[in-house]
Write a new protein. Structure first.
Length: 568
């Protein structure tokens, strides 16, 4: 009897174990089935692959650093809230979110993050970082592991003198993740962000535009004289290189300006060493701090890779410390690719919800930003949450401002076959925003897409810059002049700091996303004239006209007048 009971117990235990084994096997089968059902990220194509020459398969042992961009949770609600925040008739007007509030409202669910990371790890990839807002996941792994995880091939290609690696086909991800993942950056290194300056003229002394020249030309001096110099304001400089602090100190000593408060924020273990792009970083710091000498300057420095630039943008919006972000680095819109443009747009949308103003150069190859014969615009100036900034040639007069024409030089072919010039034209990716209205906005070239630039300012005859970094080609004597849209960007960005300080002193809130406010000033009669209408010159294709045009936007600023108009 007892023996029978023992036999029955053994049979029950075996039956339970078999049942559990069958259930585990079923779960494993379902898991494999969900992984086997794939969805293509069809926008994750590398445009250069179509015209480049295939060399060979990439080394399967090569390590790739991936930047996986995720979609917002409830993007429709984010868009609705954004519209309310920038609607003067809404009770939410200028009630900006903190980074924490943004995360609580719109960050992807933690369970979704766990789902993605579990898949990456199951494919042998290491997850190295997750952004605080859950919108960016960094991962690393060999080419062999990446090819297996995303069912694609990584090859080496050559285009002209440029050799790069890229995915031959769009990556495929488990269908269960297709509504979560927007982009997989780092599958290629076909293109890099470029600093948007053009000419570098070595001088015996400083004979370009000085801080005083800019302050008087653009009516910044009355704000300075009234004590508005950027106090309690913070600007973030987006940089993909380092700089030499002694150069900055020498510049301010030469102009008798107090050394500004500068803090470095290093991203992805970047060393901060000054490299080939140091001229851009020093131009940005020197210009921004001379316009807003009492502001806090945060220099965000990351590696010039897709992962590096995405992590740098993500750090800026998740830190939430800056009211204005200056971006003098860019890339042809087509070379960026649709998937990366979507991920960048998410960063800028988050910043707009948090009340940040993004200012970026429109490029230095005129209307031919891809440096060939195609009409194209620059990223990120193409993004509607960014104020795209062109460049002019400024003529000074005794009172400061004389006249301006669109900056271009057909003889300078360093940037492209058509020459150098202020970028502008029509986006191929972003639709035109509702606030982009006014005289000239609807023109012979309009097609319903975003029009660039929004504004402009002096890019020539060159800004005085002090730089002695040998790797960047700076002279031992230090002084040189820089032309291009990247000079106009820190001028506009730091001027927005002054406008914010002036508005807050009048009991008003800061501008936040600047485009709706700037176009409203452009569209309606104001007590003070806010812009200089640039009506001369062209950007190698589009001509300046009265009102808005694709070469100079709505014009260059009168900063004091803009501040007073917005306060009114």
């Amino acid at each position: 009897m007892q023996r029978n009971r023992m036999q029955n117990l053994v049979f029950i235990i075996i039956a339970i174990l078999l049942a559990e084994g069958s259930l585990a096997a079923a779960r494993l089968t379902l898991a494999h089935a969900s992984v086997d059902q794939r969805a293509l990220l069809s926008t994750q194509l590398v445009p250069q692959v179509r015209t480049a020459r295939l060399l060979q398969a990439a080394d399967p042992r090569q390590i790739l650093n991936l930047s996986i961009g995720l979609r917002l949770r409830d993007e429709a609600q984010a868009d609705s809230l954004l519209a309310a925040i920038y609607d003067p008739q809404s009770p939410r007007y200028h009630h900006y979110l903190t980074p924490g509030q943004f995360t609580r409202l719109f960050a992807p669910d933690p369970s979704h993050i766990q789902q993605i990371t579990a898949y990456l790890q199951s494919e042998g990839l290491a997850v190295t970082a997750i952004a605080p807002d859950n919108l960016l996941i960094d991962a690393t792994g060999s080419v062999a592991r990446v090819q297996q995880a995303f069912q694609t091939r990584i090859n080496l290609y050559q285009q002209g003198g440029h050799t790069f690696y890229a995915n031959a086909t769009p990556p495929a991800i488990p269908a269960t993740l297709s509504q979560l993942i927007a982009s997989i950056g780092g599958l290629d290194n076909s293109a890099q962000y470029q600093p948007l300056y053009q000419h570098r003229t070595i001088l015996a002394g400083a004979s370009g535009l000085s801080p005083d020249d800019l302050a008087h030309a653009y009516d910044i001096a009355p704000l300075h004289d009234g004590g508005v110099q950027g106090a309690q304001q913070t600007i973030a400089l987006f940089e993909l290189d380092g700089y030499q602090r002694s150069d900055i100190n020498q510049y301010f000593a030469a102009y008798n300006i107090n050394t500004p408060r500068i803090s470095n924020v290093l991203i992805d273990h970047f060393s901060g060493a000054a490299g080939m792009g140091a001229i851009e970083v020093e131009l940005d710091i020197e210009t921004a701090a001379s316009i807003a000498p009492q502001a806090n300057i945060l220099v965000y420095e990351g590696p010039n890779t897709t992962q590096g630039l995405n992590d740098t943008y993500a750090r800026i919006v998740n830190d939430g410390r800056a009211q204005v972000v200056s971006i003098s680095w860019g890339l042809c819109e087509a070379s960026s690719g649709a998937a990366e443009l979507q991920t960048l747009d998410t960063f800028f949308k988050q910043g707009a919800l948090e009340g940040m103003s993004f200012v970026a150069g429109s490029g230095d190859a005129g209307a031919f930003d891809c440096q060939d014969n195609r009409l194209a615009v620059d990223s990120p100036a193409d993004d509607p949450y960014v104020t795209g900034t062109g460049a002019t040639t400024l003529q000074l007069a005794a009172a400061g401002y004389g006249s301006e024409s669109v900056w271009s030089d057909a003889s300078e072919i360093q940037r492209g076959p058509h020459g150098a010039g202020s970028g502008g034209g029509l986006s191929s990716y972003f639709r035109q925003a509702g606030w982009q209205q006014g005289p000239g906005v609807r023109n012979a070239y309009s097609n319903g897409m975003r029009e660039v630039p929004d504004v402009t300012a002096a890019g020539a005859p060159g800004y005085n810059v002090y730089c002695t970094v040998h790797n960047a080609g700076c002279p031992p004597a230090g002084w040189l002049t820089i032309e291009g849209t990247s000079a106009a960007v820190p001028l506009w960005a730091s001027s927005l700091l002054l406008i914010n300080q002036y508005l807050m002193a009048q009991g008003a809130g800061r501008i936040g996303q600047a485009n709706p406010a700037l176009y409203k000033l452009f569209n309606t009669a104001q007590p003070y004239s806010p812009f200089h209408d640039v009506i001369a010159g062209d950007n190698l294709y589009y001509s300046a006209t009265r009102g808005y045009d694709l070469a100079s936007g709505i014009g260059s600023p009168d900063i004091y007048n803009i501040a007073r108009d917005l306060a009114a």
